[in-house]
Write a protein that binds this ligand. Structure first.
Ligand SMILES: Cc1ncc(COP(=O)(O)O)c(C=O)c1O
Length: 357
């Protein structure tokens, strides 16, 4: 049979997301960093308003204007500095397409969000990916990163799967010294100490692009809404690459109403942070080594002689899903999403019984 597709497509390694079991009823799902609590109840009114007025007959706003205005008000920035996207993954993909042209170079620390090299591969244009290993303390190796020249440097802050946050001085130093664009993926920043976001720094750095998502802190992973923030001249260029209607009307309206329910949001974040602290203590009491997390997950190493992969499989047998990555710097660890209090307690009691075997 004739092959209509390029060899590069045959060779492409797809992204492997965490398992999404079809029935979640009996499963404790702590493997994809979803929020264990429901989104703001205010989104119901927004949905009803759209349905009862028959708005779905019409196309949505192409640039998600109302949503961007709400986001701009929240961050006290100009709406023209925002590009609303179909999940932050789409924003990352648009950015990569914009800057990683033929034979371009992408620098990423490793490990970080494993989608970055996958998106670079999807460009099928010989983009070279340079991996810079994290230091032994799991922080960015600034000297090594800056020893490379590239079109784009991309990393998550706080990082995934480690949960570690870099301080703003370090990020400012990188931005001042890297000669290309810098993507700071802030998917988890709402769970970090206040004032950790780089959005307030965008005015000072024309090479800074921040990506954000409604998937984690707003409990809307199923909706697919995220956004990029950068100086207006960057956003107006990136805008050219989005699909004409990249966000549906429900997506735009639901995200806007979730964003505007600030007290619900803050309360939800506080609950997760205090559960994170409690789970960290409980796991440390069991002998786990826990990296200091500023996210809604913990990256933990079981006490010897127990192996992370065995514990992952044992938990899975008990219908508790966590995430295990086989690669270097990850293979001794489990990444555990913070669940409800009840889920975390079940996890801990299951670990107690596994460690006793
Ligand atoms: C670091 C990081 N960035 C982005 C995403 C994806 O976010 P979204 O659901 O908005 O596409 C994830 C999801 O796990 C993530 O871990």
């Amino acid at each position: 049979m004739k092959d209509y597709f390029p060899q590069a497509l045959h060779e492409l390694a797809p992204y492997i997301p965490g398992e999404q079991p079809s029935s979640t009823s009996k499963i404790i799902k702590l493997n994809t960093n979803e929020n264990p609590y429901p989104p703001s109840p205010k989104i119901l009114e927004a949905i009803q308003d759209i349905l009862s007025n028959g708005y779905l007959r019409k196309y949505p706003q192409p640039t998600s204007k109302n949503l961007c205005e709400s986001i701009a008000k929240y961050f006290q920035i100009d709406p023209e500095m925002i590009l609303a996207t179909n999940g932050s993954d789409e924003g990352i993909s648009i950015l990569f397409r914009s800057v990683l042209t033929q034979n371009a170079k992408l620098i990423i620390p490793w490990p970080t969000y494993s989608l970055y090299p996958v998106i670079a591969g999807q460009l099928m244009n010989n983009t070279k990916v340079v991996y810079v290993k994290l230091k032994n303390d799991y922080h960015l190796d600034i000297e090594q990163i800056l020893s490379h020249k590239g079109n784009l440097l991309a990393f998550a802050n706080p990082n995934a799967p480690t949960g570690i946050l870099e301080n703003k001085d370090i990020l400012r130093y990188i931005l001042s010294n890297f000669d290309g664009l810098v993507l700071v993926d802030e998917a988890y920043i709402d769970f970090a100490s206040p004032d950790s976001s780089m959005i307030s720094e965008i005015k000072n750095f024309p090479n800074l692009i921040v990506s954000r998502t409604f998937s984690k802190s707003y409990s809307l992973a199923g909706l697919r809404v995220g956004f990029l923030v950068s100086q207006t001249q960057n956003i107006s260029l990136l805008m050219k690459l989005k699909d004409s209607y990249n966000l549906g009307m429900l997506e735009q309206t639901i995200a806007k109403s979730a964003l505007e329910d600030i007290s619900y949001f803050r309360n939800n974040i506080q609950k997760i942070i205090s559960s994170r602290n409690k789970l960290q203590t409980d796991l440390e009491n069991l002998g786990f080594y826990v990296l200091s997390s500023q996210t809604n997950f913990l990256f933990v190493k079981p006490p010897s002689p127990f192996l992370a992969e065995d514990i992952f499989l044992n938990l899975k047998n008990l219908n508790i899903f966590v995430r295990y990555f086989k690669e270097e710097m990850c293979k001794d660890f489990l990444r555990i999403t913070i669940g409800t209090e009840e889920e975390n307690e079940l996890l801990v009691s299951s670990l107690v019984s596994i460690l006793k075997r």
